[in-house]
Design a protein around this ligand. Structure first.
Ligand SMILES: C[S@@+](CC[C@H](N)C(=O)[O-])C[C@H]1O[C@@H](n2cnc3c(N)ncnc32)[C@H](O)[C@@H]1O
Length: 162
């Protein structure tokens, strides 16, 4: 698969998964955490499909399209290894949904990242809350949900905290 095809497949999977989870969290209290603002595309989609849900966005720097930058209270700047660990006073309750879009596509660096990321995501997810992740996360109290039809081959997975 060319990198262009892989990029298109990733965007397709992201859109479908964000909508899949958004349709299931009505009864789960808590904010949404977007890990990786990047260009702001998935943040922009999340705020469109989840109006009224508080969304906090994490990235080490703000380099998004100007129309897709959260307000200062909801943009948490810094290394996620530190900011996710210490965000509770600002973010409040554990999250109903965490979208983790930090993958680099490099297996070694993604594996190293998943090692410190999994316990942080575990701690910040509400009971019954969802995680959609492009980085494999080993989290014992979570069940891995079947992927929506057509997305089985995607690098993404959907997890739900028991
Ligand atoms: C693939 S991009 C996110 C794309 C974005 N979701 C979008 O739709 O445009 C990944 C982002 O994660 C950020 N990132 C990766 N590792 C990070 C870390 N340890 N701490 C903070 N930000 C990190 C990068 O700066 C980059 O902006």
């Amino acid at each position: 698969m060319s990198r262009l095809d892989a990029f298109i497949a990733r965007l397709h999977a992201q859109k479908a998964l964000l909508e899949y989870v958004a349709a299931r969290i009505a009864d789960v209290p808590g904010p949404v955490l977007e890990l990786g603002l990047g260009n702001g595309r998935t943040f922009d989609h999340l705020r469109e499909i989840l109006p009224g849900r508080e969304i906090f966005v994490f990235d080490r720097a703000v380099s998004a399209h100007p129309a897709s930058i959260p307000d200062g209270e909801h943009m948490i700047v810094g290394d996620i290894r530190e900011t996710l660990a210490y965000c509770a006073p600002r973010v409040g309750s554990p999250a109903a949904f965490i979208h983790c879009d930090l993958g680099t596509g490099d297996p070694t660096s993604d594996l190293a990242r998943s090692d410190w990321l999994a316990p942080l995501i575990h701690a910040r997810t509400a009971s019954g809350g969802y995680v959609a992740t492009g980085v494999k996360l080993d989290m014992p109290d979570f069940e891995t949900l079947p992927m929506p039809p057509g997305l089985e081959a995607s690098r993404y997975s959907i997890l739900r905290k028991r």
